[in-house]
Design a protein around this ligand. Structure first.
Ligand SMILES: [Zn+2]
Length: 100
């Protein structure tokens, strides 16, 4: 199961199901081995759309490494913003020179 071990190193801090390789292959086949965002056919990864513990094919999509990084950053930013202690903090003041 060296493939599974390899997957685990690429998705740290999350336990993947025993049949992850099969699930992943199904998602890749469904998305025709293309990034659903930009259509790239290389460096494809399978991303969780919603709940990261839900490994059903409906909750997964194919993204290239670049789009995956971008999406993950966006999701992290959104999660940070939705925490009350972050929302309470005021956004940075605009630079005085930019005021009318
Ligand atoms: Zn892409």
């Amino acid at each position: 199961m060296s493939d599974t071990a390899w997957e685990r190193t690429r998705t740290p801090a999350r336990t993947l199901p025993a049949d992850w390789r099969r699930i992943r292959a199904r998602v890749l086949a469904r998305d025709r081995h293309r990034c659903v965002d930009c259509g790239a056919r290389e460096q494809l990864e399978v991303d969780h759309i919603g709940n990261r513990d839900d490994h059903s094919v409906a909750n997964l999509r194919t993204l290239c490494a670049r789009c995956h990084r971008r999406r993950t950053a966006q999701q992290a930013a959104r999660a940070r913003w939705s925490r009350p202690e972050t929302r309470a903090r005021r956004p940075p003041e605009p630079h005085p020179g930019l005021l009318p």
